[in-house]
Design a protein around this ligand. Structure first.
Ligand code: FES
Length: 105
């Protein structure tokens, strides 16, 4: 399938140190995270069970799942604490003017 750029949010909606859950029709929610001014995008749903990572806190470049405590890198999606052992999908982020765009398949 062809990749396409999709508008996700205004840059001002994701301030440094915060996350924002994005819901788009026909696909699983995506989590945007602002790490010291750089925006990252990963799947919002924890790979262990179906918990939204938007409920957890962002510390540096890691977000915590509130259900069982796994941490995930928002840079590469990798978990760093049990029980999750599968990485989150990551997405290419492009900033255009004051907008965040994602490359989705
Ligand atoms: S649902 Fe996230 S660690 Fe269990």
């Amino acid at each position: 399938m062809e990749n396409k750029n999709t508008f996700a949010a205004k840059l001002a909606e994701v301030t440094p140190g915060t996350t924002k859950k994005i819901c788009m029709p026909g696909r699983a929610p995506i989590l945007l995270a602002n790490v010291e001014g750089t925006i990252y995008a990963v799947d919002d749903t924890c790979t262990h069970e179906d918990s939204s990572l938007a409920l957890g806190c962002l510390r540096g470049d890691k977000v915590k799942c509130t259900l069982h405590g796994s941490w995930f890198s928002v840079v590469n999606g990798e978990p760093s604490e049990d029980p999750a052992d599968e990485a989150l999908q990551t997405y290419v982020v492009t900033i255009q003017d004051d907008e965040i765009w994602l490359t989705l398949d």
